[in-house]
Design a protein around this ligand. Structure first.
Ligand code: PMT
Length: 406
């Protein structure tokens, strides 16, 4: 386990009966060496007194967004930047719902929105509230954006019910937090991910594009952030929210994507090219809308776009390069050939069709590297991304170990 010593922990407390356990959690964190700042919602004060928490942590408890005294010392945005990690325990159904829709109507929800720090949530509520589809949808949305769920546990509840919804015990939550620190396989490392389609303009209103939704690339960005990476997500036009803690650069065309990737390259140790980049673009972009009057057909001349991934991989100083291969036939052979010709460290191949790979929530991947391969079964892209990031981390670490011993 990695002690939380030296880490700056915002301990968020919301209004549930389990709030009384937050005092013990704060004590364990302080004993482990963490610098703890408690932030309570106003109603949490009904369940536990701020003075108790101040005495344990040595810091005045914060509970107000508009507090001239505290804002003068450390404003809420500074506090959002100060945090290495935000742990909300207990997290009530109401609080989870508010942050799931991006509310920022008190200090704690504002911090969750403004901070790029990992967000750990320890839910505590009645079992029926936990099982309600609304709560489950809110939790799923937060996890998809990169939040980590700690619990809840199953058992007797304060209301007399039995079932899932108990907050995990403070010692278990400390262990979870320590594990989340040790599990950060890309801690502090800069990673570039491309995602989504590119759109190649034909005239001011038309473009050539493809069916990529960005779901796979965005899921990878969230999974990498959960592993401590500083992720730059360079995305073509998609309708997806930016995962928590991710820096996003929006582009439209392949040429813009190439410029953005090359500009970010110097700091990056890992490049994952998940975008479906158009191989061709119209030679000429019409200045005015192309008219159909008086024509029965239209001929377009297309020119090749630069291959961003091949260009990055060919550099002398280059990050670990992971490509994707979208294939309709001969998946394995085509992916191996792409890996060789583009000089990649790893390739993730997917069989694609109108209803498979592009735009779907689920996918399957065949992941290939120089001396191994693994088939990842069909599953939600969010889970697939977690597994792929694990495989990449294994190969990345192995390559670093070889370089160091050589
Ligand atoms: O976005 P989703 O709807 O979730 O769908 C995910 C996906 C199907 C788009 C994704 O899983 C995927 O397969 N992405 C790569 C799609 C693709 O363009 O594959 P390709 O075989 O044409 O390209 C091979 C590799 O070279 C890719 O890593 C691609 O990003 C890269 N490339 C291709 C052309 C180019 N000009 N520059 C590149 O960098």
């Amino acid at each position: 386990m990695q002690p939380s010593g030296g880490r700056r922990v915002v301990l968020g407390i919301t209004a549930g009966i389990a709030a009384f356990k937050a005092a013990e959690l704060a004590r364990l964190l302080v004993r482990d060496g963490a610098d703890v700042q408690v932030v309570m919602t106003r109603s949490a004060g009904q369940f536990i007194g701020p003075m108790t928490l101040q005495a344990i942590t040595g810091r005045p408890v914060r509970d107000a967004l508009f507090d001239p005294v505290h804002e003068a010392a450390m404003g809420h945005i500074e506090l959002a930047r100060w945090a290495d990690v935000i742990l909300v325990a207990p997290a009530t159904a109401d609080f989870i719902a508010r942050i799931a829709i991006g509310m920022a109507d008190d200090l704690l929800s504002t911090l969750c929105l403004a901070s790029g720090a990992p967000l750990l949530l320890a839910p505590a509520m009645n079992q029926a509230m936990w099982g309600h589809p609304a709560t489950q949808a809110n939790v799923a949305a937060l996890v998809e954006r990169g939040a980590t769920l700690l619990g809840p546990d199953d058992g007797d509840q304060a209301c007399g019910d039995t079932g899932p919804g108990r907050m995990r015990e403070p010692a278990a939550l400390l262990g979870d937090l320590q594990a989340s620190l040790v599990g950060a396989r890309f801690a502090g490392r800069r990673v570039i991910v491309t995602a989504g389609p590119t759109q190649e303009p034909l005239d001011p209103v038309r473009f050539l594009g493809n069916r990529s939704s960005g779901k796979m690339g965005f899921a990878l960005a969230a999974a990498l952030t959960a592993q401590g990476a500083e992720v730059v997500l360079i995305s073509g036009p998609v309708a997806l929210p930016t995962p928590r803690g991710v820096e996003r650069i929006d582009v439209e065309s392949a040429l813009q994507m190439r410029d953005a990737v090359l500009a970010e390259l110097p700091e990056a140790v890992l490049f994952i090219a998940c975008a479906a980049v158009a191989d061709y673009r119209p030679l000429e972009v019409a200045a005015h809308k192309i008219k159909k009057e008086g024509t029965s057909s239209l001929k377009l001349e297309l020119v090749r776009n630069p291959d961003i991934l091949a260009e990055v991989s060919a550099r002398a100083e280059r990050p670990f390069c992971v490509g994707f291969a979208a294939e309709t036939d001969d998946l394995e052979a085509a992916a191996e050939s792409k890996m060789r010709t583009k000089g990649l460290d790893m390739i993730a191949a997917n069989q694609v069709s109108v209803s498979r790979g592009f735009g779907t929530d689920d996918n399957a991947l065949l992941v290939i590297w120089n001396d191994g391969r693994v088939a990842l079964a069909n599953q939600p892209k969010t889970q697939l991304a977690v597994q792929l990031v694990d495989l990449i981390a294994d190969r990345f670490d192995a390559q670093a170990a070889t370089k160091n011993s050589g």
